[in-house]
Design a protein around this ligand. Structure first.
Ligand SMILES: [Zn+2]
Length: 68
């Protein structure tokens, strides 16, 4: 029998399946979903920062190439 991973709802303490995204009792997001959302936010922020850095670098590169 495979071991079932269980998580406890942080709001009401109900045992949830690890797969569950929401608590059936109080409708709170499970810690797993919160973690996934957090990592997604970090990834998006990193991508935005990276894009901004590349854009800035391209702008600087353009100003050094074009003589005033
Ligand atoms: Zn709950």
């Amino acid at each position: 029998m495979p071991r079932r991973r269980s998580v406890v709802c942080p709001s009401c303490g109900t045992f949830l399946c690890a797969r569950d995204t929401r608590c059936e009792v109080c409708n709170a997001w499970s810690p797993r979903v919160k973690q996934a959302v957090f990592f997604k936010g970090v990834t998006v922020a990193a991508a935005l920062l990276g894009g901004l850095y590349v854009w800035h670098a391209i702008q600087q590169f353009g100003t050094t190439l074009v003589p005033h």
